[in-house]
Design a protein. Structure first.
Length: 215
């Protein structure tokens, strides 16, 4: 009787363990499914690009290109990115909010950025959990070939510039090709921010903007 009772108890424990595993797996399915949301294939018709590309030709946006190593803006953008990334990675509003406009950052925008950084399925999650090095790319917009030398000189002489900085924890990083792909939508293999850099009146200043996925 003792052996039979022990066998019955062991069988019951195995059944309970199997049921518990099945319940846990079932509960995990919705969460995993949420992380598997598809990446938007096209930009919604009523949306605006993260950075103006080619307003006159909305169907042919300006391609992105890595900022040249000899660009006069390179050092400034690199320094800004070096400050911005650890602040975003920390998820601490006290660190990242001042870099995104401080008191000029609206409550809605602040909440959206905080939610994006805290989202365990979001594009910043792999960066926060990365054990190895995180790759970075700083990108600008290719000047259209149709621009004249005077127009190109005018752009170069501006006291302000914008760039996209993206990070990836992937082994073989892929980067956005156009600005609308830097929207931080779920399952993008990178996370991005836009940095506006100014040297007006001889004083370097910058502010970052983080695009948040549309509902």
């Amino acid at each position: 009787m003792t052996d039979a009772g022990g066998h019955d108890r062991l069988t019951a424990m195995r059944i309970l363990a199997t049921l518990a595993f099945a319940v846990a797996a079932a509960c995990a399915v919705p969460a995993q499914a949420a992380c598997d949301a598809p990446v938007p294939a096209v930009e919604p018709a009523n949306s605006q690009p993260i950075v103006p590309g080619s307003e006159a030709e909305p169907l042919a946006p300006t391609p992105l290109a890595e900022l040249a190593a000899d660009s006069p803006w390179r050092v400034g953008f690199e320094a800004a990115a070096d400050t911005l990334f650890p602040a975003l990675q920390s998820r601490d509003p006290a660190r990242w909010q001042p870099l995104l406009g401080g008191r000029w950052l609206g409550a809605g925008e602040r909440g959206a950025v905080a939610a994006l950084l805290a989202d365990r399925c979001g594009v910043f999650a792999p960066l926060a959990a990365a054990d190895g090095p995180v790759a970075r790319r700083i990108m600008g917009w290719q000047v259209p070939a149709t621009y004249s030398p005077a127009e190109r000189a005018g752009i170069a002489a501006r006291p302000e510039a914008e760039a996209l900085v993206c990070w990836s924890a992937a082994t073989a990083p892929r980067w956005p090709r156009i600005a609308v792909e830097a929207d931080n939508a779920p399952r993008r293999p990178y996370a991005c921010a836009r940095i506006v850099y100014s040297v007006r009146e001889g004083t370097p200043r910058w502010r970052a903007f983080v695009e948040t996925p549309r509902p």
